[in-house]
Design a protein around this ligand. Structure first.
Ligand code: ADP
Ligand code: AMP
Length: 213
């Protein structure tokens, strides 16, 4: 299965992609996670990406397309993937189409997670993440078993720099300008499905799995 999860920051793409990837043995490809890894490594790519990420802006298309192209060529991606956070611009969506043609792969579905803005802000400002395994939690809506500690690897959870309220508002603006138009782009392909992202993590997961069936 080749799948794209679309939606604003905080909609639950990463949370749902991780569950799907585990249950359906798909490669979870998150450009945000790949970029944060590059920042952590201090690579040239990371240094470049960081300036944009800290401001809540999008990293230039050529950079993101390059890392995604490379990742899609790995054998686990060929067996099935869920893309989380890519594409985010019309140019990225067009490039993705080209890459998939080159790799002889075809998207089966694009799922748009819909969540109202007020809720997105509450989700993003309360998000805590594990810097080691990238698992995402929420202080209130999706807390770890023990306060401030990752269930999976026991690491201390942190708040992402770009989850501060001022950066969150900038990211939502960028979403409306640059990413939301992709809903129209994909609705023309006939592969777009929208689901309600409100409800518990499990409820949203059930909606997603019903749709995939
Ligand atoms: P995205 O990858 O779309 O930016 P995340 O999956 O990281 O979003 O989720 C954003 C925040 O909302 C996280 O703190 C996560 O724990 C929380 N969250 C995810 N799904 C739900 C849900 N269904 N209800 C409430 N909070 C959720
Ligand atoms: P995310 O983890 O998906 O919320 O992404 C965090 C940040 O990484 C974004 O605010 C962007 O700066 C950058 N980023 C992630 N994916 C992309 C993408 N597809 N295109 C451009 N920038 C991206």
């Amino acid at each position: 299965m080749y799948l794209v999860l679309l939606g604003p920051p905080g909609a639950g793409k990463g949370t749902q992609a991780a569950i799907l990837a585990r249950k359906q043995k798909l490669a979870h490809i998150s450009t945000g996670d790949m970029l944060r890894d590059a920042v952590k490594d201090g690579s040239d790519l990371g240094l470049k990406a960081r300036q944009y990420m800290d401001r809540g802006e999008l990293v230039p298309d050529d950079v993101v397309v390059g890392i995604t192209r490379e990742r899609l060529q790995a054998p686990d991606a060929r067996r099935g993937f869920v893309l989380d956070g890519f594409p985010r611009t019309a140019a990225q969506a067009e490039k993705l189409d080209e890459i998939l043609v080159d790799l002889d792969m075809q998207l089966q579905m694009i799922v748009n997670l819909e969540v109202p803005e007020r809720e997105l802000i509450r989700r993003l400002t309360g998000r805590r993440v594990c810097p080691k395994c990238a698992k995402s939690y929420h202080l209130v809506f999706n807390p770890p078993r023990s306060l401030g500690i990752c269930d999976e690897c026991g690491n201390d959870l942190v708040q992402r720099d770009d989850d501060k309220e001022s950066t969150v508002r900038q990211r939502l603006e960028v979403y409306h300008k640059q990413t939301e138009p992709l809903v129209q782009y994909y609705s023309e392909s006939g592969l777009l499905f929208t689901i309600d992202g409100i409800g518990s993590v499990q409820q949203v997961n059930e909606r997603l799995e019903d749709l995939l069936e």
